[in-house]
Design a protein around this ligand. Structure first.
Ligand code: G3P
Ligand code: CA
Length: 260
């Protein structure tokens, strides 16, 4: 079986969005370990650059919402970020900031193949530095040059068309997904322009434009839908042939997938 292959015939594979992030603080080791134990086929994370150019898994520009500290990730070193607690705000249990290398280690060492969906945040602000550091890190873990997109353990996803294009140029075999807030953002034209291997519409966009999936497939592209936490949306994605669904509730969604 290739990494993160669709595991239930014809049904979407489950990607844990920020880990099992309903039950655990997002982007922490506890959230990702829980998702893996719950049987997730893939893990999603957001990455940001610290002041000393380390890649950490944090969604927001600042750490205010998800830690006991405050300030922008880009203005703190990794050593400074390690002084803060990223868990207690959610469940009362302390947790450290998670780095991309730490998450790669967990994912690649897991007892079955799992794919890591890595979302670059605000690459425009940093020019190509986020992608450069990401590709360096993937190469260190020997996942930067897969023999084919199907065999890759990492998928780079982004709302930034420029960011996706830079990845495709430097690492043509790495799968990439162009995310979009709007239907136009994930159109066949937009994906073709940057060479993305998949499109990533929100599930809200799929409700009004279900044809996006077939149009992507006609161009040889898979669809990754986010964020799919409701049963009716799981059903919709299964009916449409969505390949990956990102959810904050992987265990629940896996249960629903048995009967859709
Ligand atoms: O997986 C894509 C999704 O995470 C994009 O939105 O804001 O949660 O990063 P956001
Ligand atoms: Ca994300």
């Amino acid at each position: 079986m290739t990494a993160g292959e669709v595991s239930r015939s014809g049904k979407p594979a489950v990607v844990a969005h920020r880990g099992a992030s309903v039950d655990h603080p997002e982007h922490t080791l506890a959230a990702y370990e829980a998702a893996l134990r719950e049987g997730a086929d893939g893990l999603e994370c957001d990455i940001r650059l610290t002041a000393d150019h380390q890649l950490v898994c944090v969604h927001d520009r600042t750490i205010d919402r998800t830690s006991d500290g405050e300030g922008a990730v880009s203005e703190m070193t990794l050593a400074q970020l390690r002084q803060y607690d990223f868990g207690s705000w959610h469940s009362g249990t302390p947790a450290a900031v998670l780095t991309l290398p730490e998450l790669l280690e967990l994912t690649l060492d897991w007892r079955r193949p799992v794919r890591l969906f890595i979302e670059t945040k605000h690459p425009v602000r940093y020019g190509s530095l986020v992608e450069q550091r990401l590709l360096e890190t993937l190469r260190e873990f020997r996942v930067g040059s897969p023999p084919s997109a199907d065999h890759s353990r990492a998928v780079v996803i982004s709302f930034s068309a420029a960011g996706i294009w830079r990845i495709r140029r430097s690492a043509p075999m790495l799968p990439t997904i162009l995310l979009g807030e709007t239907v136009r953002g994930v159109s066949a034209g937009a994906a073709t322009a940057v060479g993305a291997t998949g499109i990533g519409p929100s599930v809200q966009a799929l409700r009004t434009h279900p044809d996006l999936v077939d149009k992507a497939a006609a161009g040889g592209r898979v669809t990754y839908a986010w964020t799919v936490d409701q049963r009716e949306d799981v059903q919709l994605c299964a009916d449409l042939g969505v390949r990956w669904i990102a959810t904050n509730r992987p265990a629940q969604v896996r249960d629903w997938l048995v009967t859709v």
